[in-house]
Design a protein around this ligand. Sequence first.
Ligand SMILES: NC(=O)C1=CN([C@@H]2O[C@H](COP(=O)(O)OP(=O)(O)OC[C@H]3O[C@@H](n4cnc5c(N)ncnc54)[C@H](O)[C@@H]3O)[C@@H](O)[C@H]2O)C=CC1
Ligand SMILES: O=C(OP(=O)(O)O)[C@H](O)COP(=O)(O)O
Length: 343
Amino acid sequence: MIQVGVVGYGTIGKRVADAVVAQRDMEIVGVAKTSPNFEAEAAVSKGFDLYAAIEERRELFDEAGIPVAGDLDDLVSTADVIVDATPSGIGAQNREVYEAHDTPAIYQGGEDADVADTSFNARANFEDAVGADHVRVVSCNTTGLSRLLAPLREEYGVEKSRVTLVRRGGDPGQTGRGPIDDILPDPVSLPSHHGPDVKTIFPDIDIDTLGLKVPATLMHMHSVNVTLESDADAEEVRELLAEESRLFLIPEYAGIDGAGKLKQFALDAGRSRGDIWENCIWGESIAVRGNDLYLFQAIHQESDVVPENVDAIRAITDSASKAESIATTNETLGMGLGRTFER
Ligand SMILES: NC(=O)C1=CN([C@@H]2O[C@H](COP(=O)(O)OP(=O)(O)OC[C@H]3O[C@@H](n4cnc5c(N)ncnc54)[C@H](O)[C@@H]3O)[C@@H](O)[C@H]2O)C=CC1
Ligand SMILES: O=C(OP(=O)(O)O)[C@H](O)COP(=O)(O)O
């Protein structure tokens, strides 16, 4: 069993911990937290050993009566691999602790690419992370774009991609970002950071991205235009994308008209926390004019990177092939929202 330590038990960290528990070949050896808050209580109630991420704050846990198994060094020395899901920039600071213990580590998309030996998306470049010491799972939006571009590149070739990312203003629990009521373009970044980030996965791809933020918490939305290198028609593209295990093509008759209904559907489908690990592509939005493909996709920012982290654990420990890992992760998590509509 691969012993996994999670450092940073917030939006991403707690979901990765639950996903690890669902696997047959790995288990949680502990989670490191800075504060004895409701998430610490939840971690303890799930049976996870809690470690104090910052030694000086350990007494806060004692005062709250929350048992602590040790500090960050103890967790890192016990774990076979660390998933660092701390806020942007903290992972880079933590790297020296992981290096000191010779413990491989997986970072998140808020870190700069140079925190790791390679950036990672299971569908696109699993092999690059095999046996690496430091791997960065790219951000939620970059994950969504990589999953989409991988099959299009293979099947048709991609001449040019242009994506407008309508980004949620904050996660549901990020009260520090609200209340908000505005639409904020990012006028100075062409491309937004997502274009260069996609290039950490596909160095040769030509992609321009623009970003704006809206007062929503549910999901991101991408308006995509890809100029393909060879002829395609919409139905053929629909079939190609429907074959991808982490793309969910929303059927027109489902009546899912936006992120709100998508989240409702995920909850109805029994998804824990209403999580949607798959890209959600509106089937009827897929249109081809000449060599230009157009579509809309929604990305659940809180969860789409979770299966990628599980696969990154197998890649970094060289414990399964790409196909085995993706299949196992999909099966154990119960991925495949599209199956609901199959008869
Ligand atoms: N929330 C999102 O939509 C997504 C976030 N990411 C990336 O994942 C990373 C984590 O983001 P979130 O989970 O959203 O953040 P979060 O703020 O929800 O969780 C981070 C957790 O780390 C804790 N923390 C802070 N300093 C720490 C330290 N020194 N040691 C241990 N824990 C510490 C915080 O108290 C918090 O509980 C970032 O790199 C972010 O860019 C990636 C995809 C989507
Ligand atoms: O990884 C994310 O977005 P990103 O792909 O736009 O960088 C997360 O939704 C975090 O976004 P934030 O930078 O608004 O906290």
